[in-house]
Design a protein around this ligand. Structure first.
Ligand code: FAD
Ligand code: SIN
Length: 528
């Protein structure tokens, strides 16, 4: 079955996808596909906010420097400067869309997060992402040129191989997607495609990312022939709630920005001075996450404490209403007691290589947001720079597509999805087993502190599982679980391959076998 051809297909309905769709819809018909519900990506979960230079004492140069320091010099300076210069305009557009950012005497209230030398995070209390997602979605729903189709799991791009007559080209003409309700696969054909599928955080056992963050877009692009880079740069957030009932609830970095302290529950001591005496709790995330991990491992703890109870209760409630209420429901009153926290995977810094116009290597395919490697984040993303990246590159993709529209060929006839050689699976347990196994060995072998031996162990497991998963994929009808498992496995492989290639420690990639940082920063680029 083939869907009605559209001008532009956007895959993903988070900040990157909806930004691109809204900009494209001024002149073209846009179809937006999303796995699950329209607000199930990471965007709706963002807490802290969006970084932008808006204070008189701050400068673009400060923000550029903070971004490059956090990114351990692996960032592309031209990209960093470009994105940071666009930030105030992105915030203006969000204000026009009605995002109710916090204000103080009429001006935007700016909070602070780790790695930032100035207050520059605009926010909506501690639930910024939800407000942004709501505003973008409302605008997209109201737009006559945008069709939103939730419940569609994209499987692979339509390329030259899928044309009725094989063209031999890697040109992308849309994507095949499984309709989660009917179980049918449709070919969604388009002249241009924008990939905005978010990160691959769920490749790890503990992650703050939503369930659907299984690296689908990165894996699809890789299979279609696009380069992928810096996948070893997986960001671990230092403060995910430790709780037996709630596994992946983030405690925003803004808690530390507003004075929160990290304390060892066994000794009662504040410990960040041992790791970063100058910046303390506001050191970049890789430093704080490694410090928390070290305290936990060295003292045999289950968690460390994050304490903001020295601040007045009304201050804590006013700044962190969502977190305060969530914790109260779990029996923790953060105005009176410390919060138990652990590091957890949080953000995928690497991804599909794109240029400043959001173009990938594949003709017809643009990409934006967490599924990409644009050069902005380098070896470690600075807090609150990623929503910003979604807005800037979502717009850039739309601009580039519209500017080059007349040179884009009309789509060819495309073969429908072939199900003639598969049957319904009778062993769903295989999917669950493999999924759990990948997440567990990635956590244990490819986590915050790495060694070559552990990475090789992971590579070996990935190879064995790969044969099993491809065999399963070739024999049975696709389900969302199977699509995700195949992509999760591909993402794990890309992370481990990249980690094995980097013979130094830099930013988020820390290995005991190569503790030094090389004088020259180089991207790890994998070529299919
Ligand atoms: P997402 O918002 O994740 O959207 C991905 C979309 O792709 C979804 O619609 C999903 O359904 C769809 N999709 C995925 N796979 C498929 C498929 N196979 N087929 C069809 N559709 C698919 N960043 C900040 O800058 N500031 C913050 O304060 C902040 N806080 C955060 C807090 C948490 C808990 C987390 C997890 C992240 C946070 N981040 C923050 C990071 C930021 O939220 C994300 O990087 C950003 O929202 C990613 O947006 P995106 O549009 O690229 O992807
Ligand atoms: C947070 O609020 O701590 C998350 C911010 C981010 O990931 O940028």
């Amino acid at each position: 079955m083939n869907g009605e051809p559209t001008d532009v297909l956007v895959i993903g309905s988070g900040a990157a996808g909806l930004t691109a769709a809204l900009a494209l819809a001024q002149r073209k018909r846009v179809l937006v596909l999303a796995k699950g519900g329209l607000s199930e990506g990471a965007t709706a979960w963002a807490q802290g906010g969006i970084a932008a230079v808006l204070e008189a004492g701050d400068t673009f140069e400060n923000h550029v420097r903070d971004t490059m320091v956090a990114g351990a010099g692996l960032n592309d300076r031209e990209v960093v400067e470009h994105v940071i210069a666009q930030a105030p305009a992105s915030i203006d557009r969000l204000c026009e869309l009605g995002v109710p950012f916090n204000r103080e005497s009429g001006d935007l209230h700016l909070t602070r997060e780790g790695g930032h030398s100035h207050r520059r995070i605009v926010h909506v209390n501690d639930a910024t992402g939800w407000a942004v997602q709501e505003a973008l979605l409302k605008a997209a729903e109201a737009h006559p040129n945008i069709t939103l189709l939730p419940g569609q799991s994209c499987i692979d791009f339509i390329t030259g191989h899928h044309q009725e007559r094989f063209s031999g080209s890697g040109r992308v003409w849309g994507a095949y997607a499984l309709d989660e309700a009917t179980g049918k696969v449709a070919a969604h054909v388009a002249r241009a495609t924008v990939l905005a599928t978010g990160g691959a955080g769920r490749v790890y056992l503990f992650s703050t990312a939503p369930r659907g963050a299984t690296g689908d877009g990165i894996a699809m692009a890789w299979r279609a022939g696009a380069r992928v880079s810096n996948m070893e740069m997986m960001q671990f957030h230092p403060t995910c709630l430790y709780n037996t009932q709630v596994k992946n609830f983030l405690i925003t970095e803004a808690v530390r920005g507003e004075g929160g302290r990290l304390i060892n529950p066994a000794t009662g001591q504040r410990y960040m001075a041992q790791y970063d005496p100058e910046r303390m709790e506001l050191a970049p995330r890789d430093v704080v996450a490694r410090a928390n991990d070290d305290q936990i491992k060295r003292h045999g703890l289950d968690y460390v404490h994050l304490d903001i109870s020295h601040q007045p209760p009304e201050f804590v409630r006013a700044h962190f209403p969502t977190i305060h209420e969530k914790l109260l429901g779990l029996g923790i009153d953060m105005t009176k007691e410390p919060i138990p926290v652990v590091p957890a995977q949080h953000y995928t810094c690497g991804g599909v290589c794109i240029d400043l116009a959001a173009k990938t290597d594949l003709p017809g395919l643009w990409a934006a947001g967490e599924c990409t490697e644009s050069g902005l984040h380098g070896a470690n993303r600075l807090a609150s720079n990623s929503l910003l990246e979604c807005f800037v590159f979502g717009e850039a993709a739309a601009r580039d597509i519209l500017a080059g529209w007349d040179s884009l060929d009309a789509p060819p006839a495309v073969r429908p999805w072939d199900e003639s050689r598969v049957t319904d699976s009778d062993e769903e347990v295989v999917i669950k087993q493999n999924w759990t196994e990948i997440r567990r060995f990635m956590w244990n072998y490819v986590g915050i502190v790495r060694t070559t031996k552990r990475l090789q162990r992971a590579a070996h497991r990935i190879e064995t599982l790969g044969r099993e998963i491809e065999d399963y994929y070739g024999s049975f009808r696709v389900t969302t679980d199977l699509i995700e498992l195949r992509n999760l496995h591909q993402a794990a492989d890309l992370i481990v391959q990249s980690a094995l290639k980097r013979h130094e420690s830099r930013g988020l990639h820390f290995t005991l076998d190569y503790p030094q940082t090389d004088p020259v920063a180089r991207d790890t680029v994998l070529v299919p």
